[in-house]
Design a protein around this ligand. Sequence first.
Ligand code: TYD
Ligand code: MG
Length: 455
Amino acid sequence: MAKNKTVYYCTQCGNETPKWQGRCLACGAWNTIVEQPAAAAESKKKAGGSLSTSPLRKPRPMDDVEATDELRFPTGMSELDRVLGGGAVKGSLVLVGGAPGIGKSTLMLQICNSLCQFASVLYVSGEESERQIKLRAQRLGISGQGLYLYSETNLDDVVAAVEEQKPDILIVDSIQTVYNGESNSSPGSVAQVKECTMTLMHLAKGLGITVFVVGHINKEGSLAGPKVLEHMVDCVLHFEGEEHNSYRILRAAKNRFGATNEIGVFEMGDQGLSQVPNPSEALLSGRPQNTPGSCVTCVMEGVRPVLAEIQALLTPSAYGTSRRSCNGFDYNRAMMLSAVLEKRGGLMVSNCDVYVNVIGGLSITEPAADLALIVALASSFRDKPVPYDLAAIGEVGLTGELRAVHALNQRLSEVQRLGFTKCLIPARHSGKLVVPDGLQLIEVHNIRQAIAVLV
Ligand code: TYD
Ligand code: MG
């Protein structure tokens, strides 16, 4: 008989270790290692084994593999379809993660509305009763003909219901609330979540059902404990947004059937989520006129150009120690740029408190936004507004030089579409530049030339 070995795992990242430790070696968290119940370890072995031990499978030449395109269908929300790479794939498992209250259940219920017009949909909720779901659906104006609701947390019952009803689409809200009765660990634990996802994965592949699984994100921002889940599923979508902001961004973190560089933009309102097909316009609404410290740039969210307003506020520091804070912009990059502005631009910003903010809950990681931050910082420092019809695009190097950015033509046409008439760009750029009608390009070599546009 095999020796019954005790296994420990980290409740935060799911990493397994043979002995207990105070600190997880994988994610660095303290006091997160717990003992995995023997039953869980045993059934996990079983679940893992069943994937690989099919007697019919053997290696075969790639030429013999029949490769037809995946069967896709639209979900009725074009923003979601875009993120999924052109619609949901039959027989795939999609994990939708997000912080509590961000609108995951609302999104799922809303896509049911259009899905159930051509497919049978089963909505399993471990969080709300059928009555609660119906009330919410009514409030959202969802007729829900052909939609089946099932309020259940025991996965065996869910599987039985699925096998009996054979729906085309299964929605499980949320993976942290369902549990497998055979396992001793409590619902929401890493072992449970892994096992339940594996079972749902088999359902998806075996019966050709498209499964959407909702997962909560914990405080640290990872999908509650089971980072491990991300390896198992076909597609991971992150639903992001700020608590005090109505915009929500759906982002693909992993997609086995498409690119991961698309975003979908939604707005949460009284009638649930509505799609925002024109995010640039929405993000720029309410932009102040003739006020120092604000500059517009264009970032690429995947293949989509989006205009963003970057704000900076510089105030003299009290007591000689300056405070710096960034919201929506990488902190280290912002500090680097303020140092470049001081050394190469000649503005003594080191004696100032620096606050940087990106409007609309957008989180900018692209270097193409550097120039806009430099201009916004200089504008706030000098207390001179940036011309209202001017946008700035460009990467800034440590010597204060401007570097080329990719997809410049696409960005320029978006800038022009939103009514801007001037745009700061790096003087050196690769490829042929197509200048949109009515847009005046101001080509600059370094940040000194760029901040000279401040009147
Ligand atoms: P929900 O979908 O329940 O969030 P999740 O499943 O991600 O936890 O959304 C809950 C929040 O959305 C709640 O705080 C209220 C807000 N909301 C609206 O503003 N309008 C609406 O029409 C609905 C349904 C929810
Ligand atoms: Mg919910």
